[in-house]
Design a protein around this ligand. Sequence first.
Ligand SMILES: Cc1ncc(COP(=O)(O)O)c(C=O)c1O
Length: 312
Amino acid sequence: MEQADLIWHNGELVAWEDAKVHVLTHGLHYGTGVFEGERAYETPQGTAIFRHHDHLARLLKSAELYYMPLPYTLEELRAATHELIAANGLTQCYIRPIAFRGYGQMGLYPLDCEVSVSIAAWPWGAYLGEESKVEGIRAKVSSWRRISADSLIPQSKASGQYLNSVLAKVEASKAGYQEAILLDSRGFVCEGSGENIYVVRDGQIITPPATASILDGISRQSILTIARDLGREVVQRDLARAELYLADEVFLSGTAAELVPVREIDDHIIGDGDAGGPVTRELQRVYDDALHGRDARYTEWLDVVKVPSKAV
Ligand SMILES: Cc1ncc(COP(=O)(O)O)c(C=O)c1O
């Protein structure tokens, strides 16, 4: 992976290679951490973090759901992220804030362990490859089901929960596919290992509802808003597996991957086999404009990084 110079760790900027934890860190043993994935893009207004407030609000919510009060406010984390990006001299980057139960107590009861918070930012291209956005990807329905709401909290972006995504990703990758699609515990379509999923059929955009155990993606919220603004009909309902194969278009969205067409699922060609039909392409274009500050309708989603003026 590419590196940057500095990482923000518990209120201080430390050298990238010095951002270390003890091997008895609670979060390492029991997955007691929560994190975010965000991106900053170059825009006409300067480097801007996309929906920064919404990502940090989700981080705080994810933590609260696991009884993990953070020692920093949303505003403090926002300012820390700006400071970090400016100190690293990054103009566009991926941003990974993580809060986790630290070193001090072992055993499953976590509430006596102190909470650490780190923020890293570094240059990272599209998660499924830059070409995935043009060519589309091949995906496989996983034999692993998405974690269900009766044993974990799918709405929380919690570290330990990602073992589920890891199993699905490894299985799909070993079988020669680029991404896994997980069904929920009821057998309905849920999401990718790190992306939400959408089907386009007869002009309608259909995506699973929150009751399908999805992570309510911030890209998802943005894309649904854009779709409605474009006059598209959006339906949130359970999707049967075969509806994937019968779709005119299928696409995925996530901060890391951005908006990616799916051209094949379980060796069924989607639609006419073109990577990305007209609805996907239109959404992809407007979403990309929103990310890069080129669409005035969505500039309120941008948190422009204040680069401190250099001392003279
Ligand atoms: C399991 C899962 N679903 C969906 C998403 C998409 O969420 P977002 O659009 O907020 O990045 C992600 C990525 O964070 C994810 O890990």
